[in-house]
Design a protein around this ligand. Sequence first.
Ligand code: C2O
Ligand code: CU
Length: 490
Amino acid sequence: MLYPAGRAAAIPAIALAWFALATPARAKDSLQPAGWDRGIALSEAPDLNPDPHVVEVNIDARVAAVEIAPGERVDAWTYNGGIPGPLIRVRAGDRLVVHFSNHLPEPTTMHWHGIRVPIQMDGVPDVSQPPVPNGGTFTYDFVVPDAGLYWYHPHVMSAAQVGFGLYGALLVEDPSEDAQVGVADETVLVLSDIALDGKGGFEPPDTGGSTGMAFGREGNHVLVNGRERPRLLVRAGAPQRWRIVNTAKSRFFEIDLEGQPFTRIGGDGGFMEYPIRLDALVLAPGERADVIVAPRGAPGTELIIRAFPFNRGFGSTEYRMAEELMTIAFADLPAYAGGSPPPVRRAIEPISTSGATAVNIEFTIAQRPTGAFEYGVNGVPFAKNHPVTASPGETQIWTITNKTKWSHPFHLHGFFFQVLDKDGGPVHPLEWKDTVNVPLEKTVRLVVRYDDRPGSWMFHCHVLDHADGGLMGMVDLGVPHVDHSAHPGH
Ligand code: C2O
Ligand code: CU
C-alpha cells in the first residue's frame, strides 16, 4: 500500500527517531535497523539461577491494569502484570524451575502446552496436582527436552481464565538449529484476542449461554503480543524469522502478508522434514508455526498483516471482515539483496504403525432435555466418559471423526503425534504435532507412541469453550483404572 507523498515523507523521520532510541541488535549479523522489533518485543522473565543449564523464574498470577492500545485499559488477569505473560527462554535440555504464586480471586494452575513433562508437572487440577488457591504457591520443575515454541496457560476454567489474559510463550532454543536457519532477526508473536464490553471491563465468559459455548466465544479485539496493531520496522527484502503461537481461546488465525509468501520451517514440535511455501498461514488455537518471511515494499511505506475470517463452522465467516493484526513499516534503507537463507531440513522417522492399537473417537454434540448444548467424546461428555487406556511403549492410531458443525483443534497432553493420511500413510513434510485441527464433519488420523511417563493425560478440543462444554477425555497410560468423573479437571 502506498501513501500520498506527504505521509511517506514523514515516515523516515519516525524511523530516525527509532534509531536514536534503539538498543543494539541482538545478533551481530542482524539485517534489520536497530530497534526494529521495539514496538512488539515481549518482556522476558529474568533467569534467577547462575547455572547455565538451569533457568529459574518467578511467575505471579494477578489482576493488573494493562493497556492494549493507547488509552484502552482493562483490568486483566495476568502473569507478572502483562498480557501476554513474560517470554520464558530456555535451551533444549535445560531444567526449568518456575516459582508460581496465585494472587487471582480464583484457584488456577499452569499447564505447559506441548512440553513432554512428567505428569506431576502437567498442571491439570485434581489429576496431576491440586489447584493453587488464592494466596497459594506451586513449584514447577522439569527438564525441557525438545526445541520449539511452546506456551503456558491455566487449566482451571480455561476459557474464562485464558480469555481474561492468562497465557505466555515458552521458547526452547537449540543453538545448532538456529545456526542452520541462518537468520539472526527473530521475533516471537503471541496471537490472541480479548472480549471487552466497551465499559472498561470484560464481557462475561458465559455470554450467549450454551449456544455461545457451542460456537466458541471469540474476543472482539485481536492482539499481537498483547497490543492492537503493533508495528515492526523492517528493511525490505531482509529475511526474518517469526515464531508464532495462537493462544486465543476460540479464534483461528488465517494470516496474510498482502499476498507475499511465508516459508514455514517448523510447527508445534520444532522443525519439519522440509520447508513449505505458503501464501497464507493458518493457525488453530494452540498451534505454533516457525516461518521465514522477507516482506518487500518501498522505503517509507507500510504493509498490513491481516487475519481473514477462517471457516471453522457455522457462524464463523458470515458478515465478518478481515482484522488488521500488525503493521510492517519499511525503513528508509536500500532493499536487502542478499538472497534467501538455505532450506532447513530435519530427519524425522515416521512412527511405525505396525502392531498399533486402533482408537476410534467421535466428537459429538447433543442437547440436554433443558435444550442446552453439550459436547462429548463418542456421545458422552467428559464428566462421564471412559478413559482411553494405553501402556508405555504402545503405539496407537487414533481415528478422530468430527460429527459436529464446528471444527475442533484436537490437543493431546504430554506426547507428540504424527498426522496420517486417509490410507494410514505418513503426511509429508513429517512433523511433530501436539495440536491438529479436525475440521467440521471430517476425519483426521494420527499416530502416537507413548514413552514411559505413566499417568492420566488429557486430550481435548483447544477451543476452550468446547473443552469446558464437554469435549475432553483422558488417556490413562500405565495406570490402574481410575474414575475421573469426580474431577472435571478443566
Ligand atoms: Cu493447551 Cu489442555 O491445553
Ligand atoms: Cu472444539
